[in-house]
Design a protein around this ligand. Structure first.
Ligand code: FAD
Length: 427
């Protein structure tokens, strides 16, 4: 009797092992908060995961934030633990600088064609930084929204995972310079490395390509392209960040002055048939967060927030109450019609105050546009709605999640990611 039970248990273990070994991996495209969450959850129940990221680091838009609501934690909180889970889980393989160009097949048997751009820095890089000292070329730092520069060889940011330098091919002089190759003690730089094109067989595919900021230069009356002290909310997030262009000091662009008066313009392009017809769901909470962040750093700052409706829910209502109770922050219900610039770089914001029925003009030393979010999608074709968000209705076995599907905050993205993990493992 005892022998039978033991034999039965061994048979189950053996069958399960065989099934696991023969099971195809699950591909996740996009390593933001949503993609990373799905990856660790799938891997931790025993499935192989291939995580694909187009940038040279994981973490998506959240890693670029100064802090994130509702708790106002720095991005390290939440992401660092996930990076550790990825590092320690042999079932997760990740490819940076990589995109999925084509997918053929069906649920349980997809073939994905991938392209990894030439990464001249090998994994033996220890991020010692000697190469930075000798690199003669600078380039705009896209991690800081191009508000500062890095060398052509650079660590993408302080928390970069993988913690490895990367080279901007558009600026690096490669073999014509070779200064970084000569100084590297670990032979980690090799300009002969070519791009890699390869295929992966997968059981299912999760699309977590997230969002990018709406192009503010398309909103003519707000003069983002013309006035240097008009910035977007994503730029302001970096201006507030300790690793940002001002290294913790919020400096306006034209003269590096710390702005004493700031205007936030809500729905910059959002809920507007000429731009984005939808609500981006996070901009109201983001601007309330930014106003409170600024107040914490510089308590005397005078802040005006121009809004159409304030759409906050759950724990973010606490922000709204804090803002309402702050004597230096004023909420003005009215859409901004025009912004003009004075000779010293200060700005005049014009709006109609709906509640008083009066036209108002306010001076600001910096204007922050709450520009909406636009979906990002993979390189192969998927069904999308008229605004470009990826629809649930795809070939069976392909699951879009989080902000690639509709605007949502981190907490909702993580819930969506967990739900997708459950769907993807049911093969
Ligand atoms: C100004 C602003 C402030 C915000 N502040 C907060 C906040 O405080 N709290 C909060 O909860 N939410 C906040 N949000 C919302 C938050 O940013 C999103 O909820 C979150 O980023 C969603 O994560 P995600 O993984 O879906 O997308 P993303 O963070 O956008 O990650 C997507 C990933 O996919 C990669 N990718 C894109 N295309 C491809 C491709 N073709 N191939 C491979 N990889 C690709 C990207 O490089 C990126 O790494 C804010 C949003 C804005 C605009």
């Amino acid at each position: 009797m005892g022998d039978d039970k033991e034999r039965c248990t061994l048979a189950i273990i053996f069958t399960r092992k065989l099934l696991m070994e023969n099971r195809k991996p699950i591909i996740i495209i996009g390593a933001g908060m949503a993609g990373i969450t799905t990856a660790v959850e799938i891997a931790e129940v025993g499935h192989e995961v291939i995580l694909i990221e187009k940038e040279s680091y994981l973490g998506g838009n959240v890693i670029k934030m100064n802090n994130y609501f509702p708790k106002l934690c720095p991005p390290a909180c939440g992401l660092e633990i996930n990076f550790r889970r990825i590092k320690n889980n042999h079932r997760i393989k990740y490819y940076t600088n990589t995109v999925v160009e084509k997918v053929v097949g069906e649920k349980g048997d997809f073939t994905a064609s991938l392209r990894t751009s030439s990464q001249f820095v090998k994994d033996s890089c220890t991020a010692c930084g000697k190469c930075i000292d000798v690199c003669p070329v600078e380039r705009p730092d896209e991690f800081n929204q191009n508000l500062s520069n890095t060398k052509a060889i650079y660590l993408p940011h302080d928390m970069a995972f993988p913690a490895k330098f990367t080279i901007d091919e558009n600026y690096c002089k490669k073999e014509k310079c070779n200064a970084c190759v000569d100084v590297c003690d670990y032979n980690a730089i090799d300009f002969s490395i070519k791009e890699n094109v390869f295929t992966i067989n997968a059981a299912s595919i999760i699309v977590a390509t997230g969002w990018e900021n709406y192009d503010a230069s398309l909103i003519d009356n707000l003069h983002y392209s013309n006035f240097s002290n008009v910035v977007t909310n994503v730029e302001f997030e970096r201006m507030l960040a300790p690793g940002g262009p001002g290294k913790g000091k919020v400096e306006r662009i034209s003269d590096k002055k710390i702005p004493k008066e700031i205007a936030f313009v809500q729905c910059a392009g959002s809920r507007d048939e000429n731009h984005l017809p939808y609500c981006s769901a996070v901009c109201c909470s983001a601007s309330l967060k930014h106003a409170l962040n600024m107040q914490e750093l510089y308590p005397d700052t005078i802040i005006k927030i121009f809004y159409i409706d304030l759409r906050v829910s759950g724990r973010n209502e606490d922000f709204l109450n804090k803002v309402k109770n702050n004597k230096n922050i004023e909420l003005i219900k009215g859409k901004v019609g025009a912004i003009s610039e004075e000779e010293n770089g200060d700005l005049i914001v014009e709006a109609e105050d709906i509640l008083s029925g009066k036209k108002v003009k306010h001076k600001a030393e910096l204007v922050v546009l709450a520009t909406g979010i636009v979906p990002t999608s993979p390189e192969f074709s998927l069904n999308k709605n008229e605004s470009g968000f990826i629809l649930n209705n795809q070939l069976e076995g392909i699951h879009p999640i989080a902000c690639s599907k509709k605007p949502m905050d981190v907490s909702a993205s993580v819930k969506d990611a967990t739900a997708a993990a459950l769907k993807a493992i049911q093969i």
